[in-house]
Design a protein around this ligand. Structure first.
Ligand code: ADP
Length: 434
């Protein structure tokens, strides 16, 4: 049951390889049995028949009673061994000729009073009257057992080679499946600009082409959504300025203050949206200079000094890069602000870990707060996306912080990832190339 479950869960690749292995084993065992069957029941009988006839002919020539000088001549000419045994004497052509007692002989045919044995050689014992004849076709240079073993070794090696070739072929056939898996993983991370290259024309090739088309269409959709958002933001600026101007002529009152607050909020929203547009433009609108990341993080954490549960920075070295200090500070501010906002009732402070190597700088901002459900993680970087819509008033955000953060990271050629577990906290990992 467990095995069936495990097999069900195994990858397509493992399943195909398993099918090949089982097929191969089945083929090998059936071939083995077939070989046994033919050798035992057909070839072996034929060999025994021939050996019996051959030894009968020689015995006829030697005669009864036997002529040992003729027997020696035949033994020498035919490269065989002959042993003759009667009640009164025993004769053999050579010292190495096997003895009757040493051989394991099977009845060949009761009618002919003949027995046969097959080891390093082929031995036929025949009784004529009260004389026993042994004709041994002893082939010293031809070791039957050795060839039997050699056959097994060659068969196993061949089996392994064939299996390896099949493994490579299956892998090659399934390459598009692996590429598609990678592509789908990217889509689930919100990366839509990956095009899978293929020159395959089979079903898997078609699947890849459909995947590329789907990716392109989704990309276009996102682009037009962002464009619409930016166009609307641009268009809103003029009426907002007009409203602000009109407000100046109003008498001071509660409604006036409320409208002013709302207008301020809309203005912040619009400037954040326009900021993301600038970041997405060809040169990213970045004012890059030499920045020490440790310093920027220090400055940001000082800004939040009076916020619960606090911030600690862990780092062993100083890390610097070429970046826009203001944008980087906005980025860290957004992330740290969120981390504090969503873990304010926790005892453990937010941890900023700064590490790096010769090619990357890695900043992880870990909080131990409420976390984000796994199903929501893919949407976190979308504009106006908030996990709990009702929290908006309490926490004061409108879901643009993470979107802007992602744009800042991308404009610097970096990557931003988020992992989170509900009630365990979230970890935002930013990597910048040096
Ligand atoms: P907001 O201004 O609403 O915080 P953001 O774009 O910064 O907008 O974040 C989007 C949403 O992601 C937030 O509304 C919140 O639900 C979720 N979020 C972001 N960071 C965290 C965090 N550290 N812990 C829990 N939720 C978070």
């Amino acid at each position: 049951m467990n095995l069936v479950k495990k097999l069900n869960e195994a990858s397509l690749f493992v399943k195909i390889v398993l099918v090949f292995i089982c097929g191969h084993l089945f083929f090998a065992t059936s071939m083995w049995h077939l070989k046994e069957f033919f050798f035992e029941n057909y070839h072996a009988k034929n060999i025994h028949n021939t050996a019996y006839n051959y030894s009968s002919l020689i015995i006829d020539k030697i005669g009864t009673p036997p002529d040992t000088s003729l027997a020696r001549k035949y033994a020498d000419d035919l490269h065989i061994n002959i042993r003759i045994k009667t009640n009164s004497f025993e004769w053999a052509n050579s010292k190495t000729t096997p003895h009757f007692e040493d051989l394991e002989l099977k009845d060949f045919h009761a009618k002919f009073r003949s027995k046969i044995g097959f080891d390093e050689g082929l031995h036929v014992k025949t009784e004529r009257g009260n004389i026993d004849y042994l004709i041994s076709i002893q082939r010293d240079e031809y070791d039957f057992k050795f060839y039997d073993h050699l056959f097994i070794i060659i068969a196993l090696s061949w089996f392994t080679i064939v299996l390896y070739i099949m493994y490579r072929v299956v892998r090659k056939i399934l390459t598009p499946v692996m590429q598609l898996k990678e592509g789908v993983d990217n889509v689930s991370k919100g990366i839509f600009n990956n095009v899978i290259e293929t020159n395959r024309t089979d079903e898997l090739g078609k699947l890849i082409n459909s995947f590329n088309t789907m990716n392109r269409e989704v990309r276009e959709m996102i682009k037009s959504r962002d464009q619409l958002l930016l166009d609307v933001s641009h268009e809103l600026r003029t009426p907002i300025t007009r409203v602000k101007l009109a407000l100046e002529f109003m008498d001071d009152s509660k409604p006036k203050v409320n409208i002013q607050d709302d207008i301020k909020e809309i203005e912040t929203m619009i400037s954040e949206l326009l900021e993301t547009e600038r970041l997405g433009s060809k040169f990213g609108g970045l004012k890059k200079e030499y920045v020490v990341v440790n310093q920027l993080l220090e400055e940001v954490s000082i800004n939040f000094a009076n916020r619960e549960p606090g911030v600690v920075i862990n780092t062993k070295n100083s890390y610097s890069m070429n970046g826009d200090p203001e944008r980087l500070k906005t980025l860290f501010r957004n992330i740290v602000d969120n981390a504090l906002k969503y873990s304010s009732n926790q005892p453990k402070p937010v941890e900023i870990n700064l590490t790096g190597d010769s090619s990357n700088i890695k900043i992880s901002i870990q909080d131990f707060g409420e976390g984000i459900p796994e199903t929501e993680l893919t949407h976190i970087f979308e504009p106006f996306y908030r996990v709990d819509k009702s929290r908006s008033k309490e926490t004061g955000g409108y879901g643009l912080g993470m979107h802007l953060s992602q744009k800042i990271v991308e404009a610097h050629g970096g990557e931003i990832e988020i992992t989170s577990k509900i009630n365990n906290g979230s970890n935002i990992i930013i990597t910048f190339p040096i």
